[in-house]
Design a protein around this ligand. Sequence first.
Ligand code: FE2
Length: 234
Amino acid sequence: MFGLFRKKQRRPQDGTVTLRPRDCHTHVIPEVDDGSRSMDESLAMLRMLGAQGAKRVIATPHMYPGKFDNEPDGLRRAFDGLVRAAERSGDITVELELGAEHWLDASLLQRVKDDAVLAFGPERYVLFETTTGSQTPEELMDVCFALTDRGYTPLVAHVERYRYLRGEEGSDLLEDLRAAGARFQVNRTPPKPRANPRTAFVAKLQARGWVDEVGSDMHRPTASGRPEPSKRAA
Ligand SMILES: [Fe+2]
């Protein structure tokens, strides 16, 4: 019996990742980025996440200069609208909290210094994403140090996406990031998982106990959380 219990509690180390009670990465606020397109769509997403086991959903809209020019005040207003609509609906069970998915560039360093980031959780996580190629972003470590200096915890969004971390040189950089206090968010495995470099990388992180947080990165109320393929071309 105890063996069974232990088996149930153990997290897989095969690179597959399931949602945890706190979903740390979503695009559920309507009309602020490439996520939800309407309040109805947002509520449908929150219902889906609740049914999938989420108790707390962190809304992390893009703050991406030149692409999604969101600022904390505007996002707070949009988030309050979502909270009110969720309360009115009467059937949304998840709790909501506001964060953001910050784009890493030189302007993020200034944003951190100005305390103009959106942090969430008792950890004061600041979620950020970077370019995905094999080149390490110049500002990566400086942003991490600036965040921890100010009492934030850097949280790398979908850490499995970055080629510069998956490659050979990535191992040292992963160590450096951990030492600088950064934590790693991994996207949950899609409905039809397949073996690929990302899965292998996540398995490596799991073996080291480095999958700190999980996110759905949900953009639409679909099984994949993404626009349906037929509608993507529009
Ligand atoms: Fe995202």
